[in-house]
Design a binder for this molecule. Structure first.
Ligand code: GAL
Length: 352
């Protein structure tokens, strides 16, 4: 790692100096600050963690837990968030590579466009771990996530337990996110046989740009208007979109009367499940994801061998993968899941 790091800190200086058009003394300054900013010990592994966004509550947990785990493994980490922009995510990857990281853990905003990050990284002998979301059509080194089709199956199954006939709406996630495609595939595995039997009619089936709750609310309002408020159930892809859906339902006096799914066990999501305006959410123990992903990232940075249980084909390669189990949370098992694990506090949920 040492020679490569010297090479890249020189590259960092060139990048920064050309960016700032600095004098030679300032070059020295930049050299010191670039090195000081990230690379302080040559023998250590440096991980760059690039998030899509911090819009949803869970990503704060991912950031904190992943950073803690990486440091516990004796490595260093720098986290950046791209706020839902491919351009920003790619330039953040370029900067971290120039600063000399050994491995990148990436939550891609756009599964396809992020392939460019893998190419840039590999050119610099930097490994790439797809964190929670898979990068498509690229030679990704490792993928660590949950069984995301199972998430969709759990969501649709809990809704069908409440309502197995009638008009259904599917409010998906962002189509740029491969997880949103997997969640929808999983939900349709449960719904399609009932649709084929004529028990269920899918009257609205839409992805939600950037997972934006306001977009989900607008799409739900349009679906209610089109169906004269005669919608019997909603499979929503996460708690953010579920919150938007329930706002639209309450505007039509239907909140709590129609089953709605969610995901991520956000505090507001679990509160709605407790109150009964939302039927379920999906709890994904982020501490396990962060721990596994940190182990994989640091080992990859040390060029150590990594055993994975399975592999996932991303359109180009069979990516060595670790897929964790998601857990359905309803009013009946809030205590035995998110509260027992200390993920959420009972008082915060119930207000009692
Ligand atoms: C998905 C993730 C979900 C949800 C969503 C919105 O990729 O798996 O947990 O949070 O992004 O950020």
């Amino acid at each position: 790692m040492k020679y490569r790091r010297i090479l890249f800190s020189i590259l960092a200086v060139i990048l920064l100096a050309s960016a700032a058009g600095c004098s030679s003394s300032q070059n020295e300054e930049h050299k010191a600050s670039a090195k000081a900013r990230l690379i302080t010990e040559d023998e250590k592994v440096y991980v760059g963690f690039i998030l899509d966004t911090l819009q949803d509550e869970r990503w704060y947990r991912d950031k904190e837990l992943f950073e803690t785990q990486v440091k516990e493994l004796g490595a260093e980490v720098k986290t950046l968030a791209a706020n839902g922009s491919t351009e920003v995510q790619i330039s953040q990857a370029e900067l971290l590579i120039a600063e000399g990281v050994d491995v990148l853990a990436v939550v891609p905003y756009d599964a396809e466009a992020a392939a460019e990050i893998v190419e840039l990284a590999h050119k610099a002998e930097v490994k790439v771990v797809s964190y929670d979301r898979l990068i498509k059509n690229a030679d990704v080194d490792y993928y660590v996530s949950f069984d995301n089709e199972k998430v969709g199956e759990l969501q649709a199954s809990e809704i069908v337990k409440k309502k197995s006939k009638g008009k259904f709406a599917y409010i998906g996630g962002a189509e740029t996110d491969n997880n949103a495609v997997l969640f929808r595939n999983g939900a349709l595995k449960v719904l399609q046989p009932l649709i084929d039997k004529g028990d269920i009619e899918l009257v609205s089936d839409q992805y939600t740009e950037k997972w934006d709750p306001a977009v989900a609310e607008r799409n739900m309002k349009e679906a209610l208007k089109k169906e004269g408020n005669k919608i019997d159930a909603v499979v929503a892809a996460n708690d953010g979109t579920a919150g938007g859906v329930i706002k639209a339902l309450s505007a039509s006096g239907l909140a709590g009367k129609i089953p709605v799914s969610g995901q991520d066990a956000e505090l507001e999501g679990v509160r709605r499940v407790y109150k009964g305006t939302q039927t379920m959410t999906v709890y994904k123990p982020i501490v396990m994801l962060a721990k596994k992903a940190a182990e994989v990232a640091v080992k990859a940075g040390r060029n150590e061998n990594i055993a994975t249980e399975t592999s996932v084909h991303n359109g180009k390669a069979d990516v060595p993968s670790i897929l964790l189990e998601p857990i359905a949370v309803t009013k009946d098992n809030i205590q035995g899941t998110v509260v027992k694990d200390g993920y959420l506090d009972k008082k915060d949920i119930t207000g009692e």
